[in-house]
Design a binder for this molecule. Structure first.
Ligand code: GH3
Ligand code: MG
Ligand code: MG
Ligand code: MG
Length: 323
């Protein structure tokens, strides 16, 4: 339950004490060429919802693409093709899941069946009973709220699966998948791909001297500098701990070495402010560079070569680039 409450808060969804979504009021679009019937329906809805009326199908279709929670369509009128409107709403990518209530004439079985076949969520029979309208509309709006919530939660989970929680950079899993694709392309004669593997020097001393939180601040600030130092097509990632990788498509060894040198200089030349600006720490990094420009290479081998560069840089005194 706590988890559900936390997720709701993160997503800005109001819930009651039991973690249920609060409030059933929704944006309801009434599409009906009979404007008196439309007005009657809207008047009933206004106690609980925010209704809007459209009296022709084209305007109704346009309004269905705005943020609404429910559409009520009159399919009983002869001149007005409510069924066609429903078919259009159901086949458009952005409105496929929009709840629809069809207002039908109970004597007109063919249209009622057609509406159900088109996937309307519920039926209202003429003459529309106010209590039935209120109950059916409330159910649909609540369901819409809940599925929106689940959809957002799913998007959030999918994003978290490829994101490093501390820095917001891509994580190792995402990097591995992308690198595989770039290496395959380079192997088939496409553009080269380079990787920089970087490790912060004596990072343990930051934690030991200023605390783990200060260490985290350094990692976050380092991530910002990394992300602002590379192109939009490059992938800066945190492998874990104080180890980072940048994958650079379309970049050969010579360019990669130049970029690595620039990052190394930028990091080392401007102290990191931590603990609310009370401390300024000079941070240096060791970088290994590797490039792939032909067949026979693998992501693992590429990363291993760059990693060996890091070890070599550490052995040679740190704060340097080995390509
Ligand atoms: P070297 O120059 O050889 O790389 O020395 P180092 O101290 O950076 O290397 P070492 O691998 O010995 O230490 C890395 C440290 O990073 C140890 C670990 O506690 C710390 N660390 C790993 N992950 C995190 C994190 O998420 N936050 C913080 N604050 N520290 C972390
Ligand atoms: Mg390390
Ligand atoms: Mg280490
Ligand atoms: Mg280190």
């Amino acid at each position: 339950l706590r988890e559900r409450e936390d997720a709701s808060r993160r997503l800005g969804v109001a819930t009651d004490g039991a973690g249920r979504l609060r409030g059933s009021g929704g944006r309801v679009l009434v599409v009906d060429d009979n404007d008196r019937q439309a007005a009657r329906i809207a008047e009933e809805l206004i106690r609980e919802h925010r209704p809007a009326i459209e009296t022709d199908a084209a305007a109704g279709l346009a309004a269905s693409k705005t943020p609404i929670d429910l559409m009520i369509v009159n399919v009983a009128a002869a001149e007005f093709d409510g069924l066609r409107l429903i078919a259009q709403v159901r086949s458009a990518e952005t409105t496929r899941h929009l709840p629809i209530l069809a207002v039908v004439d109970p004597a007109d079985r063919p249209r009622l069946v057609k509406a159900l076949e088109l996937g309307v969520n519920d039926i209202l029979t003429k003459p529309v009973d106010p209590e039935e309208l209120a109950a059916r509309a409330r159910t649909q709006v609540r369901r819409k709220r809940y599925t929106d919530f689940l959809r957002e939660k799913l998007d959030y989970s999918l994003e978290m699966a490829v994101t490093d929680a501390l820095t917001g950079l891509h994580n190792r899993r995402y990097m591995a998948g992308q690198l595989q694709a770039f290496v395959s392309r380079a192997g088939l004669g496409g553009e080269p791909v380079s990787v920089l593997v970087m490790d912060i020097d004596h990072f343990k001393a930051v934690n030991d001297g200023f605390g783990h939180d200060a260490g985290d601040e350094v990692l976050r600030e380092f991530a910002v500098r990394l992300a602002t130092n590379v192109r939009a097509v490059d992938l800066p990632c945190r492998l874990g701990g104080e180890e980072f990788v940048v994958v650079m498509p379309g970049t050969d060894m010579e360019d990669a070495r130049r970029i690595a040198e620039r990052i190394r200089r930028d990091v080392g030349s401007t102290p990191f402010r931590v603990m609310g600006g009370r401390e300024h720490l000079t941070v240096t990094i060791s970088i290994g560079v590797a490039a792939c420009s032909g067949p026979g290479d693998t992501p693992e081998a590429l990363l291993k070569r760059a990693d060996e560069g890091v070890y070599e840089a550490k052995a040679a005194g740190r704060d340097r680039v080995i390509a």
